[in-house]
Design a protein around this ligand. Structure first.
Ligand SMILES: [Fe+2]
Length: 374
């Protein structure tokens, strides 16, 4: 056996650690290790890379591949047993923290008519994007929200929430998105089950959208100071209408096409302090230029079909497919159709990056803004 190596991260660049092992240094490093210490120059270049180095890999989950097994969970476990009957999406680079990408968790939840999961609350912020079925609902702090296809709903951190499907509904599948890995990384995660298991409906059904979803209008006499959007639910029809209207008067973003953020109507800021969300529309034939951002993204195709090139790799998607873009990785999107629009929903951790002053983005300068394929 040779000597242990401590100089694996040397870089021959002025200002970077560049110390070759010698027998004397190795003996010194071994003495430091016994004291619960180490020499920073042996790891400095590893722990402070030149730019963000995500351990997540870009990947895509095809809904057609997952759907049967998600439905199978209906026969295998009850919501009472499982708490939440979910098949989660695992990034091979992040299996230790059960993340789909970066510090974001995602899964597909399935519920049958008449089922209702028990009410709970947690430090993690959560959202749901409805994939299929009718009659789904979420109760958030007593506000019951009815949910249809492509609706987006929040269950912000600290709010009591439960999900179910009405007796006269159909089997429903939705995508969950949470910041569980981030809460655990921050060692800030609490979880509680509601003392009554299910909470009362304390407000008129769908009161949050009736109150706050008037576009460009704010209700008088309704104060709101919590750190998340009082709207809680964002329906597909007005979202799509807003994108279609914008596409008639704007060229949109060269990197994202026609793109809009879901916002807190009181502040104009993100829907929750740690998770933001957006919907974008790629016009027929559109292929955007590549850019990269500090932050992780989980996308779901809400309409149409196309492909994205992420880190030089092509991923083809169609309605309901989910894919992820790791932090600081080049990505561009293309609509497959010359006649139909394509829409991509995404949630991300940009509110965290922005509130900590860490957000950056950069356009891909070469090759007309398009990455070479690997
Ligand atoms: Fe939850």
């Amino acid at each position: 056996m040779g000597q242990p190596s401590f100089d694996a991260y040397r870089e021959d660049v002025a200002g970077r650690a560049n110390v070759a092992d010698t027998p004397e240094l190795v003996a010194y490093y071994e003495r430091l290790a016994k004291l619960g210490t180490g020499a920073l120059w042996t790891v400095a270049n590893k722990i402070e890379p030149w730019e963000p180095a995500s351990t997540s890999v870009p990947m895509l989950w095809r809904y057609n591949d997952l759907r049967e097994d998600v439905l199978r969970a209906l026969d295998l476990v009850t919501p009472e047993q499982a708490g939440r009957r979910v098949v989660y999406l695992e990034n091979p680079g992040r299996s230790d923290v059960v993340a789909a990408v970066g510090w974001l968790y995602s899964g597909l939840q399935v519920m049958a008519p008449g089922e209702c999961a028990s009410s709970h609350r947690h430090s993690a912020s959560a959202l749901r994007f409805i994939m299929e079925g009718s009659g789904a609902f979420t109760n958030v702090d007593g506000h019951k929200l009815t949910l249809g296809r492509n609706d987006f709903v929040l269950t912000p951190n600290g709010t009591w929430h439960e999900h179910g499907v009405a007796d006269d509904g159909t089997i429903c599948i939705w995508q969950d998105g949470l910041d569980i890995p981030l809460m655990n990384a921050l060692e800030a995660n609490f979880y509680e089950v509601h003392p009554d298991l299910n909470q009362a409906v304390s407000f008129p059904i769908d009161d949050t959208t009736a109150t706050w979803a008037g576009s460009g209008l704010r209700p008088q006499g309704h104060e709101w100071s919590k750190r998340y959007s009082p709207m809680l639910k964002y329906e597909w029809a007005p979202t799509y209408e807003a994108l279609a209207a914008l596409s008639r008067v704007s060229d949109g973003s060269p990197y994202d096409g026609i793109i809009m953020d879901y916002v807190n109507p009181v502040t104009g800021g993100p829907v929750m302090p740690t998770i933001g969300a957006q919907m974008q529309l790629l016009r027929p034939g559109e292929h955007t230029r590549a850019h990269r951002q500090v932050g992780s993204f989980v996308y779901q195709c809400a309409k149409g079909s196309g492909h994205s090139i992420i880190g030089g790799k092509r991923f083809d998607w169609q309605e309901r497919d989910i894919f992820v873009v790791p932090a600081w990785m080049w990505h561009e999107h293309a609509n497959a159709s010359d006649t139909e629009e394509a829409c991509l929903f995404a949630f991300h951790d940009l509110p965290v990056m922005r509130s900590l002053g860490l957000y950056r983005e950069e356009g891909f300068g070469e090759n007309g803004g398009h990455q070479p394929l690997i």
